[in-house]
Design a protein around this ligand. Structure first.
Ligand SMILES: Cc1ncc(COP(=O)(O)O)c(C=O)c1O
Length: 374
């Protein structure tokens, strides 16, 4: 298989594949007081410290969760329940291009009486900063903006977003799931109050997310139970998954220049196939993501036919693929009906090779020509 869907998930990092057997010895419950339990606990704390060093954060600011989805839910629901305790229902602001786990949490909160303002984006997917400034109200309790879009790779101007929100004393959350491991992330310097990450996007095991909070004491648990994660996330920890994250973070950084590889792929496609338009910002973008509309075709048909040829890519986010709803991200960018339905997302990773990309171009060229004739 030629795998070009790294934004959905990454294959296990070779270091994790090698390290898992040894790590399996840390099976004891990290809450157990005997030696093996303490060793499991130490392994978790070691991973927390490595992650903190990687992100320029304090280890105490990191809470491990089961996923990026859970971390995003916990942050939004923390702000909501804290406001409810003070007898008010808060106002949230988010971009129109958030991942489903933020959008659908916001939809749930709306049902619960929370006011949510969605800020539009321009044709590149960049948030309208003037709209954001105008939307901030005295009761606004959170601004939540995805750092790197999972469908297009577009990067939001976080410093400006933080400056606008903080000027009105409004905390900022950024969903950095796609940026993690692909861009240098600095939690302290970013100024954000909350950040979320997911381990499986960088080749660790699935089932581990991380929530960073500037002031972790503010967090309210989503799951109630035992005292794990300083009472902020009950449930026996996923020791192996958390250890696998540290294995990836400590691995040598791949020498592959993903931006150059992605640019090569894009250039080859444009050279071979006419009427292809890139969706997303051409430079303020993740180095690995290429969202292309093959005008006059259906993106779904391209994805399915490429699958038959052993090539994995997608029409959008893994969570919305399978539904026939067109991408809310491209809709927010107002790309028009043909670009909307003919979009395909390719997301490259450290194991991608130029030869594989040549094969993909060779497979797409006749396929697009055939689909355009139908
Ligand atoms: C931007 C973004 N946020 C959140 C998530 C959810 O992360 P997880 O798969 O760990 O629940 C994803 C995964 O697709 C994502 O791309």
């Amino acid at each position: 298989m030629i795998y070009l869907d790294y934004n959905a998930t990454a294959p296990l990092h070779p270091r994790v594949e090698r390290g898992l057997k040894k790590a399996a010895a840390r099976f004891a419950n990290p809450s157990s007081v005997y030696h093996a339990g303490r060793q499991a606990k130490e392994a978790i704390e070691s991973s927390r410290e490595t992650l903190a060093a990687h992100l320029n954060a304090d280890p105490a600011q990191i809470t491990f969760t089961s996923s990026g989805t859970e971390a995003n839910n916990q942050i939004l629901q923390t702000i909501w329940t804290s406001a409810l305790r003070e007898g008010r229902n808060p106002h949230f602001i988010m971009s129109a291009t958030e991942h489903a786990c933020v959008r659908n949490t916001a939809a749930f909160l709306r049902e619960m009486g929370v006011a949510v303002t969605e800020i539009g984006v321009d044709e590149w997917g960049l948030i309208h900063l003037d709209e954001l400034a105008a939307a901030l109200r005295p009761d606004t309790a959170l601004v939540s903006v995805i750092l790197a879009n999972n469908e297009t790779g577009t990067l939001q101007p976080l410093p400006q977003i933080v400056a606008l929100a903080h000027a009105k004393n409004v905390p900022v959350h950024t969903d950095a799931v796609q940026a993690f491991g692909r861009l240098g992330l600095d939690f302290r310097a970013s100024g954000v109050d909350f950040m979320t990450l997911s381990a499986h996007k960088i080749g660790a095991l699935k089932g581990v997310g991380a929530l960073l909070a500037k002031t972790p004491a503010q967090l309210n648990p989503l799951l109630h139970g035992g005292p794990q994660e300083k009472q902020k996330r009950a449930g026996t920890e996923n020791t192996l998954g958390i250890m696998s994250l540290e294995m990836v973070l400590e691995a040598e950084v791949s020498p592959i220049d993903l931006a150059a590889l992605t640019a090569y792929f894009e250039a080859q496609i444009h050279r071979e196939i006419p009427d292809v338009i890139r969706n997303g910002h051409p430079t303020l973008c993740l180095p690995n993501t290429l969202n292309l509309s093959f005008l006059g075709t259906q993106g779904e048909a391209i994805v399915m036919n490429l699958d038959l040829a052993g090539i994995a890519c997608s029409t959008g986010s893994a969570c919305s693929t399978g539904s026939i709803d067109p991408s809310h991200v491209l809709q927010a960018m107002n790309v028009g009906p043909d670009r909307l339905t003919s979009a395909v997302r390719f997301s490259l990773g450290p194991q991608t090779t130029p030869a594989e990309l040549d094969q993909v171009v060779a497979a797409i060229k006749p396929l697009v020509a055939r689909l355009r004739m139908q």
